[in-house]
Design a protein around this ligand. Sequence first.
Ligand code: CDP
Ligand code: CDP
Length: 259
Amino acid sequence: MQLLNHSREMHTAKSGCATKMPKLTIAIDGPAGSGKSSVARRVAAMLGYSYLDSGAMYRALALKALRHQVALDNESRLAELAKETHIELKAPNAEQEAAGAKNCVFLDGADVTVEIRTGEVAQAASRLATIAKVRQVLVAEQQRGGAGGGVVMEGRDIGTVVFPRAELKIFLDASPEERAERRWKEHQEKGERLTLPEVFDEVIERDKRDRERKVSPLVRAADAVLVDNTAMGIEETARLIVMLAREREKELTNIGRAR
Ligand code: CDP
Ligand code: CDP
């Protein structure tokens, strides 16, 4: 797996000396349509951090399972599939970005950026995400990808399982109506004829499965900051998180100096 914009340390001039700012691991978790990808990507750009969309990995694997007609309850076969699959995440070019892509996803070398964003793939992803052995493989990849910090990673279990010691954890939420409407608008823009009630049902069904599964359910980590962005735009939400990140950076720098 390949990460975007990776750079491990940031140097800032302070009192004439170069001060090493610690690079954080920022975990953003939350339900479907809460704004994780848009906000995480913006936060990463503002901080000069890498961005990793863990949901894209579940989606890519789900697409492969659907294409190979692997039953979504065949746990051992899906675990094998996870092991033998190569998923790569790359930054979009200007054209892809204008078309709404937050990252480009490659499945065994083939670009599947568009194909993984359907309701069918989302549902399949949430079904195979209930399988512990599948999660083990993807979580290990995510931990490798984020090792060293300077990363904004988003998903469902980043602050609880993937990086339980992340220096900043955000639980991003919005009302179910707002989240469904956001997703519906995306489908409309792509010319897909789904109705708002259909999209609402898809989002609610997936949330329920994600929250109620036995392994790594979607839950707010005890030390995660709850950010409800129902009435907030992407930029405003990203700025708030960057502010929190700057505070954490300062705290960690001060702790480092006191040692
Ligand atoms: O990744 P997640 O499913 O949590 O959400 P997203 O894909 O980042 O956002 C879903 C849609 O909501 C996108 O079209 C965003 O542009 C939009 N959005 C918004 O309008 N206002 C926000 N505060 C966050 C996202
Ligand atoms: O963009 P959206 O929030 O709709 O979904 P996503 O982040 O692309 O994730 C698709 C599905 O993958 C989710 O519904 C979860 O079932 C699963 N997932 C997970 O279990 N753990 C993660 N860290 C990320 C995604």
